[in-house]
Write a protein that binds this ligand. Structure first.
Ligand code: PNW
Length: 479
């Protein structure tokens, strides 16, 4: 649509996001040890095509070129993550100076180019050692189901805070703890690939605790001007019909997708219905009452990652295929929710088979405006994968992605008009990259990456987005 060009506030931050394991490569350089994603991706059958992050976009060696790309596109902010096993191999003990230096140099280059860094401490690359060797051992393995991992995360947060606190202002503890807990330990489609619903719920709590302990550790070392938040991937869950069964299915999934995090983070308590719903799986005795005050730490901002909504109904046949975006998994990521059926939401599908429906983004921004009054919001991820290919002239035209971005930025604008305090938007992703269980088969980048040559080619959407960032207005959408 080329009607009124919507304009955004002048201080609105236009950015792009990446994550360490998805772009860095250099998996065995400078003292980095394996993360759970190295182990998982090297296990046959776990990642499409047997792809790994060993080389990825080789960003570890090409970061200067990548920052130049961001500067050329006029980005005002860049969200990246720090690889835990690069700065603290094995997840315990002293830091590796070379690992910290890599991020310091990256940040300095960003700042010199007028690009504000947003640093994520944990985007899923847990040091393998923390998954494998663990002190108490009251579950089938270590990792996030173990309480100790939250304490290890706080130590790591302090290390990075001390090293970069003088130059990074925006900090997030965790990216999408839902994926870490429920895809990592529930459905097993993400590392470490465990399929134990009780472990997934324990993981969710210990991720919440890690956020709280990490936030405390950061506050103790960061200057007062630092801003601290977390990025969640809340689900816009809709009932298929208005029936009582469908509305109850919505409530149940809302608890498992959203309130399991927002409850303790924003209210200092787990929702009662979540505890009752999951009583057959766990008694939640791993939650100590003092944990809740730690998790309920005042946020300076909340990051919302959004891709697509979900539609649910009650009274399902547990053997029927799910349409929750996790159909390929034999195990459900939703503990104690076998009676819930997932339906395909309406809308055009992206290459992930995720429907295009921007209204969920407006809904979520307004919901969290109400649930976290006074807390500024960022869209810390939004974007889409399409089947991008260079043409004979070597250019990549991606009108689908332009339409997707335009529609979702309009959804952000709608939330702004309705009173949401949205401070910025990060396109996922700057570069095509390692798309987790899908390997390199899905391209989310505004910039095309030729994995043979590592050549970067900005797609048409990158130029479109650059115009939006430069003018604060949404440009026309080409056909
Ligand atoms: C997010 N799901 O991952 C991540 O933060 C990014 O690293 C990732 O590349 C991006 O979204 C695109 O997938 C998700 O299955 C992965 O529901 C899977 C799901 C959701 C988010």
């Amino acid at each position: 649509m080329s009607d009124a060009k919507l304009s955004f506030p002048p201080e609105f931050l236009w950015g792009a996001a990446t994550a360490a394991y998805q772009i860095e490569g250099a998996a065995q350089e400078d003292g980095r040890t394996p993360s759970i994603w190295d182990t998982f991706s090297r296990t046959p059958g776990k990642v499409l095509g047997g792809d790994t992050g060993d080389v990825a976009c080789d960003h570890y060696h090409r970061w200067r070129e990548d920052v130049r790309l961001m500067a050329d596109l006029g980005l005002r902010t860049y969200r990246f993550s720090v690889s835990w096993p690069r700065v603290q191999p094995t997840g315990r003990g002293p830091a590796v100076q070379r690992g910290l230096d890599f991020y310091r140099e990256l940040v300095d280059e960003l700042l010199e180019n007028g690009i504000e860094p947003m640093l994520t401490l944990y985007h899923w690359d847990l040091p393998q050692e923390l998954e494998t060797s663990f002190p108490s051992g009251d579950s089938a393995g270590g990792g996030w189901p173990e309480r100790d991992t939250a304490h290890r995360f706080a130590d790591y947060a302090r290390i990075v805070g001390e090293a970069l606190g003088d130059r990074v202002r925006m900090w997030t503890t965790l990216n999408e703890p839902w994926c870490s807990a429920f895809l990592g330990y529930g459905s097993g489609v993400h590392a470490p690939g465990r399929t134990d619903p009780a472990a997934a719920l324990r993981a969710a709590h210990h991720l919440n605790l890690a956020h709280g302990l990490g936030a405390q550790a950061l506050r103790s070392v960061l200057p007062a001007r630092a801003r601290l938040g977390i990025s969640l991937n809340p689900s816009a869950v809709r009932p298929l019909t208005d029936s009582a069964a469908d509305r109850d299915a919505q409530r149940r999934i809302d608890a498992l997708a959203n309130r399991v995090f927002s409850g303790p983070l924003l209210k200092g308590a787990y929702p009662g219905d979540l505890l009752t719903d999951t009583a057959s799986v766990t008694d939640w005795s791993f939650v100590r009452s003092e944990d809740l005050a730690v998790i309920h730490h005042p946020l300076d901002f909340l990051g919302i990652n959004y891709y697509a909504p979900a539609v649910v109904s009650g009274g399902a046949d547990p053997s029927a295929p799910r349409h929750d975006g996790h159909n390929s998994a034999d195990h459900s990521p939703w503990p104690a929710a076998d009676s819930v059926a997932f339906h395909r939401a309406p809308g055009e599908l992206t290459a992930m088979d995720w429907p295009v429906d921007p209204s969920g983004l407006t809904d979520l921004l307004l919901r969290y405006t109400a649930e976290a009054p006074g807390v500024p919001l960022f869209v810390t991820e939004n974007g889409a994968a399409f089947d991008d290919k260079p043409n004979a002239a070597g250019q990549v035209h991606d009108p689908d992605r332009i339409r997707y971005l335009d529609a979702h930025l309009r959804a952000v604008h709608k939330a702004l008009e309705a009173g949401a305090d949205v401070r910025g938007y990060f396109l996922w992703s700057l570069l095509d990259n390692f798309e987790w269980a899908y390997g390199y088969s899905k391209r989310f980048g505004a910039v095309y990456v030729d994995y043979e040559t590592q050549r970067r080619v900005p797609k048409s959407s990158a130029y479109w987005y650059a115009k939006a960032a430069a003018s604060g207005r949404l440009p026309d959408v080409e056909d």
